[in-house]
Design a protein. Structure first.
Length: 315
């Protein structure tokens, strides 16, 4: 089995994240003559069906998901027969995931990677009861996994380098953009960045500096537009003009460092929660979660298509 030629995947746990992963695997089923079999417990076909039109806008796909490529199981052990890669997406509870990974590990060949979709738990704790902890990694997607390319790959204290390399190769082969988080930290990388930004966003609302809607606009109509193409470091490299990041550090870093002293550390009080709830209600203007999710999916598809075109033109 070559790491980038995996043809059978076990998707364990199929809530919102697991079903979205399943859609990703199914979308690869008709490429290169391979037909990955995705297995699941309580698969939400409605999530897969809802994701399919967006995936079809990004690349040629059959009109309907290839359901024949799926087999369904109620017990995780039964879902593992013939699996060459395992994507676990059980609820984000350490005790549950730890026990589940031990069950999966007990029946799989040692070289099969077990990847957990955990958004913030530490693999060193999750792999503790496994006989072969060296094959266990975090493979954290960003929501919605069927569209957002990012996957964070993190090893635990007992994870082997071969498992990291196999996971990176597999995610790359199915069209994702994996990053290797080289040291464990709660929340990994992307969620920590989100948490840091949200902490200051809450502070600005709590202190009456800006409304919920205006804080959101400050990002979506400002730096968020640049962040769709480049991260904070490359953004500031560009902000440095012809001198790049060196000029930026010389001219602009000191004032920004001074701002750090005034960044907030808010308390999520009942009053602040109420202000957030009221602010969001005004911002969504009656649109429900399903409508907002569909709106986001349409935008992400257009944005991904634009990024692809920009990348191709820049080569």
């Amino acid at each position: 089995m070559e790491d980038d030629k995996i043809s059978r995947v076990a998707a364990i746990g199929t809530g919102t994240i697991g079903a979205s992963w399943t859609a990703v695997f199914l979308a690869r089923a008709d490429r290169g003559g391979e037909r990955p079999g995705t297995r699941r417990r309580n698969l939400s076909a409605s999530i897969v069906g809802a994701a399919w039109p967006s995936l079809a806008r990004l690349s040629p796909l059959p009109a309907k998901p290839p359901w024949a490529s799926l087999t369904f199981h109620t017990e995780p052990e039964a879902a593992l027969a013939g699996a060459e890669f395992v994507q676990e997406s059980a609820p984000e509870r350490e005790e549950l995931k730890r026990a589940l990974l031990a069950r999966l590990d007990a029946v799989l060949d040692p070289e099969i990677v077990i990847a957990s979709s955990s958004s913030g738990l530490l693999m060193s704790r999750l792999q503790n009861d496994c006989r072969h902890p060296e094959r266990c990694v975090i493979g954290h997607p960003f929501n919605p996994p069927h569209l957002v390319p990012l996957v964070e790959v993190v090893g635990g204290e007992k994870t082997g380098s071969a498992a990291i390399e196999r996971a990176l190769a597999f995610y790359t082969a199915i069209g994702k953009q994996p990053i290797h988080v080289q040291r464990e930290v709660p929340g990994h990388v992307a969620n920590r960045l989100q948490a840091a930004l949200w902490r200051e966003a809450l502070h600005l609302v709590a202190e009456g500096i800006a409304s919920v809607a205006d804080v959101d606009t400050a990002i979506s109509a400002g730096p968020g537009l640049r962040w769709a193409l480049m991260g904070p470091h490359l953004t500031f490299h560009l902000a440095g003009g012809v001198g790049g990041i060196d000029h930026f550090l010389d001219q602009f870093a000191a004032p920004m460092v001074n701002w750090w002293e005034s960044l907030g550390n808010p308390t999520l009080t009942a009053e602040l929660k109420e202000r957030l709830s009221t602010g969001i209600s005004a911002e969504v203007a009656g649109r429900g979660i399903a409508e907002l999710a569909a709106w986001l999916d349409r935008f992400l598809v257009d944005l991904l298509a634009l990024r692809r075109r920009v990348d191709e033109e820049s080569r």
